[in-house]
Ligand binder design. Structure first.
Ligand SMILES: O=C(CO)[C@@H](O)[C@H](O)COP(=O)(O)O
Ligand SMILES: [Fe+2]
Length: 221
């Protein structure tokens, strides 16, 4: 896969919370393709982060699409609110949705790109019937809830399985990997078939964010 095919989506979870506007601009200037927004409800995951007003405010100042990852217990009820707030990609957890198929349709009809996220301990078989209806799958490579965790290596075979399904079924979708992506893990992640790299610590935590994004895109660690 060539460097220009790889998208980097810095996770705002690792940005300075007192300066989100300047932080988001700094990664745009550094070459980010998407802003990854980790919405956590303190219920589906043991942490509480951004909500609808944040997405709405970010949308007003953002120069790149918003990749909104909702880690919430009630996506069936709330997903549309995040679409209305400005999510370009809206990814909900397959473990949390009651009517996942219906939700992908509702999101698409509202003009956003539907996506699914899946936890490390969830069977990939849950994704199978839903693949034709989404534009992005988020393969969680840590348990959701916090940034800065260690990459779970078993995620690599899950990414490969998904890449194989996409090719076999000629699907138009991307695979994002989320959690512990950095200069040590990025090579194997891309080799396994991911083409959207979510990176919080590895981008926002870097002294040179442009170099950090370039390194992820080119995997030249
Ligand atoms: O969704 C999540 C965590 O639940 C992620 O998006 C993390 O925010 C990624 O952070 P790093 O592991 O890259 O620091
Ligand atoms: Fe995320």
């Amino acid at each position: 896969m060539s460097a220009q095919d790889i998208w980097v989506a810095p996770s705002l979870l690792a940005a300075d919370p007192l300066n989100f506007e300047t932080e988001s601009k700094s990664v745009e200037d550094a070459g980010a393709d998407l802003h990854h927004v980790d919405v956590m409800d303190g219920h589906f995951v043991p942490n509480l982060t951004f909500g609808i007003p944040f997405v709405k405010a970010l949308k007003k100042v953002s120069g790149i699409p918003l990749d909104v990852h909702i880690m919430i217990s009630n996506p069936d009820e709330m997903a549309m609110e995040y679409v209305k707030a400005g999510a370009d990609y809206l990814l909900f957890h397959v473990e949390a949705a009651t009517h996942a198929h219906r939700l992908t349709q509702v999101i698409a009809e509202a003009g956003a790109k539907p996506g699914l996220a899946i936890n490390p301990g969830t069977s990939l078989s849950l994704l199978e019937p839903l693949l034709p209806f989404v534009k992005m799958i988020n393969v969680m490579s840590v348990n959701p809830g916090f940034g800065g965790q260690k990459f779970i290596r078993e995620s690599l075979s899950r990414i490969s399985w998904l890449r194989n399904e996409i090719e076999k079924r000629s699907l138009d979708m991307r695979i994002q990997v989320d959690g512990g992506v950095n200069k040590e893990t990025v090579g194997s992640v891309v080799e396994a078939g991911a083409d959207v790299l979510v990176a919080g610590t590895a981008v926002y935590g870097a002294s040179d964010r442009k170099a950090a994004i370039e390194l992820l895109k080119n995997q030249n660690s």
